[in-house]
Design a protein around this ligand. Structure first.
Ligand code: GTB
Length: 226
């Protein structure tokens, strides 16, 4: 192997929407992965995929559910944005604390984001995007929003006046903030100024801004082509 080959490190490749339905608002799940890469200073490539390609054999081999994002680096292929963020956080310093117990708690918050907060928030999106023509929609939406509100109240109580959920900013905050960002087009965060400020603090991080700009560039380039 030449010196050149030895020094040549490969970089991970992720997949993202070619045409993101969020129109560059950074709500699709490549966003937390991009953000994690930016936080730890890891360069990455992005392979853009169409909705059609996501359902075809080549992509299904990477992501059995036909979704984005995926992660590929050397021998490793991953899907699930939470698992990808965890892998990045474990490979680099900066997103998980070195202390064993603090690290376990940061990982706990990652799970809280994707398994306790996100499902109720996704239910609201499903209600609005896929169920608005059902005759029970007007009854269901307030119920879904009450469930979200209850989770927000609990999270708000726990966060209190702290900047982050447990000490320094961690991958737990990254995923939690990304999940809460999905409520920004609603008024649901208005009753919880500490959560709104928490989201704003996350969005103010230089790494968030770089990740956001990168995904926005995909949308802007697409718009320029049309
Ligand atoms: N649990 C998986 C993960 O975390 O990686 C979920 C992945 C997922 O839902 N991916 C979506 C997808 O590929 C994109 S992010 N959907 C295509 C399909 O299922 O056919 C979800 C998303 C889409 C659009 C918006 N938006 O427009 O605001 C926000 C979030």
């Amino acid at each position: 192997m030449s010196d050149n080959q030895q020094n040549c490190k490969t970089i991970p490749t992720i997949t993202a929407f070619e045409h993101s339905p969020d129109r560059g608002r950074g709500l699709a799940r490549d966003m937390p992965v991009r953000w994690a890469f930016e936080e730890v200073g890891q360069a990455y490539d992005v392979h853009l995929v169409s909705f059609r390609a996501m359902k075809q054999t080549a992509h299904l081999a990477l992501q059995p559910f036909g979704q984005i994002p995926t992660y590929q680096h050397e021998e490793l292929t991953l899907c699930e944005s939470g698992a990808i963020v965890l892998h990045i956080a474990q490979q680099h310093s900066g997103l998980l604390p070195p202390d064993t117990n603090a690290r376990a708690r940061a990982i706990m918050w990652m799970f809280s984001a994707v398994s306790t907060m996100e499902p109720v928030i996704v239910q609201r999106e499903v209600a609005i995007l896929a169920e608005s023509d059902r005759n029970w929609h007007q009854q269901r939406l307030p119920l879904v929003e009450e469930r979200i509100d209850s989770r927000l109240a609990q999270l708000s109580n726990r966060l209190g006046k702290a900047d982050w959920l447990d000490g320094d900013f961690s991958a737990g905050d990254l995923l939690m903030i990304q999940v809460l960002r999905r409520l920004k087009s609603s008024s649901l965060l208005d009753n919880y100024p500490n959560l709104a400020a928490y989201v704003a603090r996350g969005e103010d991080r230089p790494a968030f801004k770089r990740a956001f700009d990168a995904q926005l560039t995909v949308f802007n380039n697409l718009s320029a082509e049309l």
